[in-house]
Ligand binder design. Structure first.
Ligand SMILES: NC(=O)c1ccc[n+]([C@@H]2O[C@H](COP(=O)([O-])OP(=O)(O)OC[C@H]3O[C@@H](n4cnc5c(N)ncnc54)[C@H](OP(=O)(O)O)[C@@H]3O)[C@@H](O)[C@H]2O)c1
Length: 296
């Protein structure tokens, strides 16, 4: 866990659903900031391990975790996973009181955000879609960027809590807007990583010392987060860390679906999505997204 400090705030009753790579440290920051956190994880052993580390409590179902919570945070895999922890008798909505706020940090579709916003509203519960950027390091260091969609009052209520694990939490519009902003983020990343992969391989084939070259050009107009954080690991052929190719394909699938709906042309993004399919065929499902260079 990082050495992050927290703004003083009154302790809130909070639930956190999904203690994966991202959820585990995010929930940890809420506990370290003094909030009363009850966790739920499908694989119960991970919930027990979290409680051993941070205190708080764990529940057997999302509904149980959500009972009495003012805020329910969630970070699971995809649309179906999200529906399975929100809806049904054991889902969080079944346990939430009117006036409570559900905050979803899963990267999911804008459509499921709108669907669950409407379902929550029928029960007097607010729903904020709030996907994150910043990766595992951002979650561990409490330095994520959170892109939100939903109602202004619910956003203002959840923002101080989300600031426990973020450096920026911003409302970008109504339900689904957070997910749409995250899609913009992933479109930007896809093109940049492919460009960086081609540049590194070209330099290696030309016989250049690519570590030295990246140090030089990283101080000029070619600089990017990907170059700073992934350039040298690409040169070193290291990919067993970071943001998994399988997750990126899920995200680009969401992007391309949305593009068909809103009439956007994304030729480069569609191509890079296919390049990631090649990486999966090489066995790189869990490799970091910088592994695009492996197919060159
Ligand atoms: N990792 C990153 O760098 C990163 C960065 C930005 C955004 N994201 C997004 O954040 C989300 C989570 O990513 P992650 O890396 O934390 O994933 P992860 O490590 O695979 O964790 C996924 C979590 O969701 C739970 N889950 C999955 N399906 C479920 C279901 N049907 N019912 C109940 N729980 C379920 C898992 O429970 P189990 O423990 O039982 O499997 C686990 O707690 C994804 O949408 C991802 O795209 C990830």
């Amino acid at each position: 866990m990082s050495t992050r400090t927290y703004e003083p705030a009154s302790a809130r009753r909070v639930a956190f659903l999904g203690l994966g790579v991202m959820g585990h440290p995010m929930a940890g920051h809420l506990a370290r900031a003094g909030h009363q956190v009850t966790v739920y994880n499908r694989t119960a052993a991970k919930a027990r391990a979290w409680v051993d580390e941070y205190g708080g409590g764990f529940a057997a179902t999302p509904a149980e975790a959500a009972q009495g919570a003012e805020f329910v945070f969630c970070c699971v895999g995809n649309d179906d996973d999200l529906r399975s922890v929100v809806l049904g008798d054991a889902g969080a909505l079944a346990g939430m009181a009117s006036g409570a706020v559900f905050v979803d940090h899963t990267t999911a579709s804008a459509a499921v955000a709108r669907e669950l916003h409407a379902e929550a509203a029928r029960r007097g519960v607010a729903f904020v879609d709030a996907p994150v950027s910043g990766g595992q390091a951002g979650a561990v260091n409490g330095a994520l960027t959170v892109m939100c969609g939903g109602d202004a009052a619910a956003f203002e209520a959840m923002k101080p809590l989300a600031m426990c694990f973020a450096k920026a939490v911003t409302l970008l519009g109504g339900p689904g807007s957070g997910q749409l902003a995250k899609m913009v983020n992933q479109i930007c990343i896809a093109g940049v990583v492919q460009g960086l992969a081609e540049a590194v391989r070209f330099g290696q084939n030309a016989g250049l010392d690519m570590v030295q070259v990246l140090d030089v050009i990283g101080k000029g107009a070619a600089q990017s987060w990907q170059m700073d954080n992934r350039g040298k690991t690409m040169v070193a052929d290291q990919f067993d860390f970071g943001f998994a190719v399988d997750w990126m394909r899920k995200d680009l699938g969401l992007v391309l679906d949305e593009a068909r709906r809103n009439g956007s042309r994304l030729p480069l993004t569609a191509l890079v999505d296919q390049f990631y399919a090649d990486v999966q065929a090489l066995g790189g499902n869990r490799w970091d997204t910088s592994s695009l260079i492996k197919r060159l």
